[in-house]
Design a protein around this ligand. Structure first.
Ligand code: NAD
Length: 485
């Protein structure tokens, strides 16, 4: 085992969980055992909540301009440790080193945003009638929790850590049991940056800990990122305990390719979107709607896909089960009459025979009722459906229950605007394959890709991680003058 067993992080210290039950942390790259992760119990959760509660009064009372100093230092530490963090991220998740570098760079951008929060959370003040002022303040919630998925071991935790904590909350993070290593390293960097003990805590585990988070009376708000199935469970359970909740779920993102699209640029973007991070991105292109005569672009997409080589510029998928599931989707589509233009099944990487690789896969002539058209595959696979008109393409996009992202490739501005208006997704791209809004713009989908109000990052996160206090004051010595004063 390459690393020592993962521990929880409570009150500034790494501690053992109260249960001896553990799971293995396996590298998808070569199948090697990296570590073990404890399956904590509600007692461990209770300890973390106690530590966070004890830290909250001092942390929340500190002026925000002082609190963000920690994140200026954290940002520098992320930069200093970028290489090591990126290596760890690749080892536990399976993505390529350059994808992990981009992930840590995104963590840096997220932290930069948090350092700008003092400029964004100024309240409002107005003399509403003679001598009477109304004022608003953003007040932290208390102890909050963040539950994260496997696909971005560093970035998704950093969607919530810097903003929620800079805004004055104390946090408990529940990492994915498949990739718990980066989170522990982030805890060390936060401590090194000067974050007081107890403000940030980690409790590892599986669904038992997620349930303990939803049910714990000491936790005020829960953010969740993961599959739609679990997002629904978490949203319902947390809100039924009267907690604030925001739960981001899965996705099935549609790219609409029009005949006037620039062929080379479109092909490169489509191939990169479907295969980046081995297709394990909630913003990945998973379905393409070919509108009219675009065979010349589809041929180029296949050429681009063939340049994507497992173990070189394509990482591994997270597990053996995942590889089998993805390959099962491809086989089922083939049986139902779809045409496999590029086939990524049975990919092998020399010297990494136990790695879980799936090659890039392009499936054409997919029908909208096939599973590959409707379900999130979460692998480097694109399913191409053909339509004659943009409205038919939009009808397919609109009918899918998710709503994270959609993109259009065209040179026609009016058509692009029409699709922005009609697509039922929270994030839309025009000639962009992965339309992730960059800070300060917020990230969040629609429909079954997100439950709750507001987005998880950017300015929108301020509303989620704080509550508004409204005060009305009168320091006017005169007696009441009118009905409002
Ligand atoms: P997942 O839903 O299986 O797991 C997410 C978290 O929930 C993990 O911490 C896990 O331990 C916990 N969990 C798993 N099963 C549970 C259960 N039955 N009850 C309670 N908790 C449970 O997701 P994943 O496989 O880790 O991640 C992939 C999914 O995340 C994909 O669907 C992807 O689209 C989605 N995702 C969405 C976004 C977004 O912004 N919308 C971003 C990243 C990933």
């Amino acid at each position: 085992m390459k690393y020592s067993p993962v521990q929880n992080y409570i009150n500034g210290k790494f501690v053992d969980a109260s249960s001896a039950r553990t799971l293995q942390v396996i590298s998808p790259i070569d199948g090697n055992l990296l570590s073990t992760v404890p399956m904590s119990t509600s007692k461990d959760m209770d300890d973390a909540v106690k530590a966070a509660k004890a830290a909250f009064p001092a942390w929340s009372k500190m002026p925000i301009k002082e609190r963000v100093q920690v994140f200026f230092r954290y940002k520098i530490l992320l930069e200093k440790n970028l290489k090591e963090l990126a290596e760890l991220c690749s080892e536990e998740n399976g993505k390529t080193y350059s994808e992990s570098v981009a992930e840590i760079e995104k963590c840096i951008e997220l932290t930069e945003f948090a350092t700008s929060l003092p400029q964004l959370v100024t309240g409002e003040i107005l003399e509403v009638s003679k001598g009477v002022e109304c004022r608003t303040e953003h007040v932290p919630l208390g102890v909050v929790a963040s539950i994260v998925p496997f696909n971005f071991p560093a970035m998704v935790p950093n969607w919530t850590i810097p903003n929620a904590i800079a805004l004055g909350n104390c946090m408990i993070l529940k990492p994915s049991e498949k990739v718990p290593l980066c989170s522990g390293r982030l805890a060390q960097l936060l401590k090194e940056a000067g974050l007081p003990d107890g403000v940030f805590n980690i409790v590892n585990g599986d669904s038992e800990i997620v349930t303990a988070i939803c049910d714990h009376p000491g936790i005020e708000a829960v953010s969740f990122v993961g599959s739609t199935k679990v997002a629904k469970i978490v949203y319902q359970r947390a809100t039924s305990q009267f907690k604030r909740a925001l739960a981001l779920g899965g996705a099935k993102n549609h790219l609409m390719v029009l005949p006037d699209a620039k062929p080379d640029m479109t092909a490169q973007n489509v191939a990169a979107s479907m295969s980046g991070c081995a297709g394990q991105r909630c913003m990945a292109a998973s379905a393409m709607v070919a509108v009219g005569e675009v065979d010349h672009i589809i041929n180029k997409i296949c050429d681009e896909a063939k340049k994507i080589i497992p173990g070189e510029n394509l990482g591994a998928v997270i597990s053996k089960e995942s590889k089998e599931r993805i390959e099962g989707y491809i086989t089922e589509a083939e049986k139902q009459g779809a045409k496999i233009l590029v086939d990524g099944r049975n990919a092998k990487v020399k010297g990494k025979e136990n790695g879980t690789y799936v090659g890039p896969t392009v499936i054409d002539y997919v029908k909208p009722d096939m599973a590959v058209a409707k379900e999130e595959i979460f692998g480097p696979v694109i399913s191409i459906m053909r339509t004659n008109t943009v409205d038919e393409a939009l009808a397919i996009e609109n009918a899918n229950p998710y709503g994270n992202a959609a993109s259009v490739f065209t040179q026609n501005g009016g058509m692009a605007r029409y699709i922005i208006d009609k697509a039922s997704a929270g994030m839309i791209g025009v000639n962009v394959g992965v339309p992730v809004p960059r800070e300060p713009f917020s990230f969040g989908g629609w429909n079954e890709s997100k439950f709750g109000v507001g987005d998880i990052t950017g300015k929108s996160s301020i509303e989620f991680w704080t509550k508004l206090k409204k005060s009305t004051t009168k320091w006017n010595p005169e007696a009441g003058v009118n009905w409002m004063s």
